[in-house]
Design a protein around this ligand. Structure first.
Ligand SMILES: C[S@@+](CC[C@H](N)C(=O)[O-])C[C@H]1O[C@@H](n2cnc3c(N)ncnc32)[C@H](O)[C@@H]1O
Length: 209
């Protein structure tokens, strides 16, 4: 079996025909949730975007585009919502997967979904993405338009504290992409062919990466 076929099977995309990804684990990651009405005990709530799930193929295609071996990387999803991409990352074989989510209800749903999926490599941090401290170890940062530039600037500052980490940024619908374009420690790699355009997935690598 080819590597791309294996990726298709693992991520619920078989020969271009979308299958019901949630049905595999009995999760509900598909439905969109507006933030008003959710319990969010952080000042950053006004900069947050609503919950909407990424298509699983975004990550598998970006991993193939970069050509990285997930077994040697941690996966970090800032604004992980219901945890879909954490499960996709675990399926792909990332060494460990961490999701940060500030809405109580979504963080709880993510924990339930991750437990249902049965991967022990995943952990959920219930908190503000702007406060997440990256570690100096290889990682992939995943962002799907989670928040505005005020919080993204904090993420940038936290990345800039790293001394030697090799990392990649995968940013879908990158409304604040300028922040990463202007980071001297990053260079832009481009987009996976199936995810081009302003709403697509864009990839940066650390200079060592
Ligand atoms: C567009 S959804 C992306 C969900 C998930 N990453 C995916 O791709 O399937 C954005 C998520 O970011 C969360 N969020 C927004 N601002 C946040 C913040 N400052 N800290 C943590 N989570 C945040 C929202 O609650 C929402 O669940």
């Amino acid at each position: 079996m080819s590597f791309s076929k294996l990726l298709d099977l693992l991520t619920g995309r078989d020969g271009g025909t979308a299958v019901d990804w949630d049905a595999k684990y009995g999760t509900d990651t598909r439905s969109t949730v507006e933030l008003h009405g959710l319990t969010i005990d952080h000042d950053s709530r006004r900069f947050g975007e609503r919950y909407q799930a990424s298509d699983p193929s975004v990550l598998s295609d970006a991993v193939a585009f970069i050509g990285l071996d997930p077994r040697f990387y941690r996966f970090v999803d800032l604004g992980c919502g219901k945890g879909r991409m954490l499960i996709v990352a675990a399926e792909l074989g990332f060494k460990s997967c961490i999701g940060v989510e500030f809405a109580d209800e979504l963080a709880q749903t993510a924990k339930t979904n991750v437990a249902a999926a049965g991967f022990d490599s995943i952990s959920i941090v219930h908190g503000d993405a702007g406060a997440y401290a990256f570690q100096d170890q290889p990682f992939v940062l995943y962002l799907f338009n989670p928040f505005g530039k005020q919080i993204m600037a904090r993420v940038r500052d936290n990345l800039a504290r790293l001394r030697r980490a090799e990392y990649y940024v995968i940013y879908k619908n990158p409304r604040e992409r300028r922040i990463f374009d202007e980071m001297p420690t990053l260079h832009y790699l481009g987009t996976p062919p199936a995810h081009k355009g302003a709403w697509g997935a864009h990839v940066w690598a650390s200079r060592g990466g």
